[in-house]
Write a new protein. Structure first.
Length: 440
């Protein structure tokens, strides 16, 4: 069937006909999604044979070999990939080539395409290495998902369209997750999209991404934060993050430097524009900020230890950059305590632990490499999330709530006695202390 909607309809197509075509497309999407989501059709050879027959019927209208009793040949992985690619291209054409002004309809098509990609991944994962090939079909499906998500995010939708985590948030995740170069995509979203939001008028969207507005800022912001953390995880799960080659290690450090720079830009955005610093945004900052620190401590510090001799200056520069950014996490923790925010208070212990681990592990690494003089400690001033210093009266109230133990934390320094060179972090907390570099 040929589906024609919106501007692509002929002069004889009225609103009722268009509505019927849209509903027909929705039914097709649901059928394909249900079929692709069935693991029974990818688990066994017979299941794959049935799946191939169904796909061939959908793609080519060929019913000869489906249920006709003839002996069917076992489908190759390449043939399956080609058939799924044909169906995916048709779904893509329906939702991007025929404008309906209906984001919900477009999302039905996107979920259908995602089901096709997941099905292809199951088939390729279950195929032996000798018959799998280079896996280009699976990579191609992911690239198509990212492309269609990008098109829909860049589209102008009617004013009455409701945008939320279920549509805009989902599209952003697919756009970033399956992007050929995630770091370039994240940089674009931070530097060219989110930085424009403070200057938008009411009800307006960013020129290059009309779906990014004050209303959807939280969806964009939290997605970018989450994927910056995931990129750090992916880096150390890749060969580049495990390399012992000094030249390759410099590339990994360059990526880490870029990630932390993007985090600084994101946090600076809410610091400089108070209207953007809503409770949900601040919570996301603390949540994914603490996870970034955790991963950095567990993965990056051991990596730095291996390459410290060849990359000392670069490593110290990354640590200084991360240290400056981490100040904001301390301020968010204090803000949550003052405002008695339940979500921030619940997340604070994990964040504090991550920050303490960061201090202790960095100290241990510097001591082991005999360069403790590169840094010294200082007591952080109590500041609000916008960077303004908290008045003394408010500080006293916090001190009374925390008690003497926190005062002891503020006075601890890096040059205190240690039981061993590793600085395991089992000693007194240093969550309210930070270190400074000789360049600050």
């Amino acid at each position: 069937a040929e589906l024609r909607c919106g501007p692509n309809s002929s002069a004889n197509d009225d609103a009722e006909t268009e509505s019927q075509l849209v509903e027909t497309a929705r039914c097709l999407f649901d059928c394909v999604k249900s079929m692709m989501s069935s693991e029974l059709l990818t688990r066994s050879v017979s299941g794959k044979m049935f799946l191939a027959s169904i796909l061939k019927q959908i793609a080519e209208g060929d019913r000869v070999d489906y249920g006709c009793g003839k002996r069917r040949r076992r489908p190759t992985t390449a043939a399956m990939g080609k058939l799924m690619g044909y169906v995916m291209d048709n779904v893509n054409e329906i939702i991007t080539g025929a404008y309906t002004g209906d984001l919900d309809f477009a999302m039905d098509g996107v979920y259908c395409m995602e089901a096709i990609e997941n099905c292809s991944q199951r088939i390729f994962d279950a195929t032996s290495e000798s018959t799998k090939g280079d896996g280009n079909d699976s990579l191609s499906f992911r690239a198509k998902l990212s492309e269609v998500a990008s098109k829909l995010l860049r589209q102008n939708w009617p004013d009455e369209t409701k945008m939320n985590k279920g549509n805009v948030g989902k599209l952003l995740s697919l756009f970033v997750e399956h992007s050929p170069n995630r770091m370039d995509t994240l940089s674009h979203l931070v530097n060219d999209v989110l930085q424009e939001v403070p200057h938008l008028g009411k009800g307006k969207g960013v020129a290059v991404f009309p779906t990014c507005s004050h209303q959807t800022f939280g969806n964009y912001y939290s997605t970018v934060l989450e994927y910056l953390w995931k990129e750090l995880v992916n880096l150390f799960n890749s060969p580049l993050g495990k390399t012992k080659d000094p030249t390759a290690a410099s590339k990994a450090m360059e990526l880490m430097h870029k990630m932390i720079g993007l985090l600084q830009s994101l946090f600076g955005l809410t610091k400089d524009h108070e209207a953007l610093a809503k409770k949900s945004i601040i919570f996301q900052q603390l949540k994914f900020g603490s996870r970034f620190i955790e991963t950095f401590v567990l993965k990056a510090i051991p990596f730095f230890q291996v390459h410290f001799q060849h990359h000392e200056d670069t490593i110290l520069d990354i640590i200084r950059l991360l240290q400056r950014w981490s100040h904001q996490l301390y301020h968010i923790i204090s803000h949550g305590k003052r405002e008695k925010d339940a979500n921030l208070t619940k997340e604070a212990p994990r964040a504090k632990k991550a920050l303490e681990m960061f201090i202790h592990k960095v100290k241990a690494m510097l001591k082991k490499n005999r360069c403790m003089t590169a840094m010294w400690t200082k007591t952080l001033k109590a500041k609000d999330i916008d960077g303004s210093t908290i008045k003394e009266e408010r500080e006293s109230e916090d001190d009374e709530e925390e008690g003497d133990s926190e005062n002891e934390d503020r006075d601890e320094e890096f040059d205190s006695e240690e039981d061993d060179d590793e600085g395991s972090g089992d000693s007194a907390d240093t969550s309210e202390n930070e270190y400074e570099t000789d360049e600050n």
